[in-house]
Design a protein around this ligand. Structure first.
Ligand SMILES: Cc1ncc(C[n+]2csc(CCOP(=O)(O)OP(=O)(O)O)c2C)c(N)n1
Ligand SMILES: [Mg+2]
Length: 315
């Protein structure tokens, strides 16, 4: 993927979420949300190394993964508005966005819940479509779940084409990593399963892209999984109402100064990309977001008689 396209994708995620945040705080859309703002370089850098046929699994903080894999902004926005035209016909909300047409196997509200799903996808690809890889995104908190250890072990033993991407934003809700782990680099855990592990600056989209490319090549060659830890930081609190008071102000300031989008913009300018060209991309993205909101606002709500359609119930 061209660097300019990566810039545009990161901007789409940021602008989409700024809009969603704005609408949530005005109580214009229901539910809760976990914003990805600040972590855009991870999803975009990794997905830039994938083809449309590859798969990803996501988390509760999934807007960035969906957009980076090519999801429709209109259908995402409509879903968040609870409208019939949304990805889950308005019944799933932010944490259940799924699009099998683009290989997006689903956001997931269960922390660590998508790890076994990615391993299952990896197994079926190994058997049926050996050229395809599956990327599994998860957080630092999820890497303490049993699903992580069981999943990564199975992927290693069976040489599955799965790339484990740990988004280490230093916190699981209000719990700092150092309180629940005696290691600093989660990539060290790869050694325990006999696979390569790498730690990368998760705010540097090119660094993430290059590391992802290495892992993708390995997986496509049948050499098995890789664990990539991306060090990053969320700009907002854990979810809608969290003011994130548990984070030291100096730490927040330090990471805000390393905004992945702003720093990449400087790099593009340094490379000689004209500023007017970037302005053009920025206004195109603004228009795309406005169109997504319009689409969502104008879409109908689901019918009451559809409430039990497309859902599983245990009687
Ligand atoms: C199995 C399970 N346990 C607890 C929760 C509540 N919960 C939601 S998000 C979260 C923290 C996840 O932290 P991390 O994996 O680091 O992801 P981040 O939110 O930082 O992106 C917790 C504990 C949950 N959704 N699922
Ligand atoms: Mg975290």
């Amino acid at each position: 993927m061209e660097d300019i396209e990566m810039y545009k994708k990161m901007l789409e995620i940021r602008k989409f979420e700024e809009k969603v945040y704005d609408l949530f705080t005005q109580n214009l859309i229901p539910g809760t949300m976990h914003l990805y703002m600040g972590e855009e370089a991870v999803a975009v850098g990794v997905c830039a190394a994938l083809t449309p046929n590859d798969f990803i699994t996501s988390t509760h903080r999934g807007h960035g993964h969906c957009i980076a894999k090519g999801a429709s902004l209109k259908k995402m926005m409509a879903e968040i508005f609870g409208k019939k035209t949304g990805y889950c016909k308005g019944k799933g909300g932010s944490m259940h966005i799924t699009d099998k047409n683009i290989g997006m196997l689903g956001a997931n509200a269960v922390v660590g819940g998508a790890i076994p799903i990615a391993v299952g996808a990896g197994l079926s690809c190994k058997l049926k479509y050996p050229e395809r890889v599956t990327v599994c995104f998860f957080g630092d908190g999820a890497s303490n779940q049993g699903t992580f250890h069981e999943g990564i072990n199975m992927a290693s033993v069976w040489d599955l084409p799965v790339i484990f991407v740990c988004e280490n934003n230093l916190y699981a809700m209000g719990t700092r990593q150092s309180l629940v782990m005696n290691i600093e680099d989660i990539s060290e855990r790869a050694a325990g399963y006999g696979i390569p592990g790498a730690t990368v600056d998760g705010n540097d989209v090119m660094a993430v892209y290059q590391e992802a490319q290495r892992a993708v090549t390995r997986a496509r060659n049948g050499d098995g999984p890789t664990l990539i830890e991306c060090k990053t930081y969320r700009h907002k609190g854990h979810s809608r109402f969290d003011p994130a008071k548990y984070r030291p102000q100096e730490e927040v300031a330090e990471w805000m100064a390393r905004d992945p989008i702003e720093s990449f913009r400087y790099k593009l300018l340094d490379k000689g990309i004209p500023e007017e060209f970037l302005h053009k991309i920025e206004s195109t993205v603004e228009t795309e977001i406005e169109e997504a909101v319009e689409f969502a606002e104008e879409s109908p709500l689901p019918e009451p008689e559809d409430a039990l359609k497309d859902v599983w119930v245990v009687e």
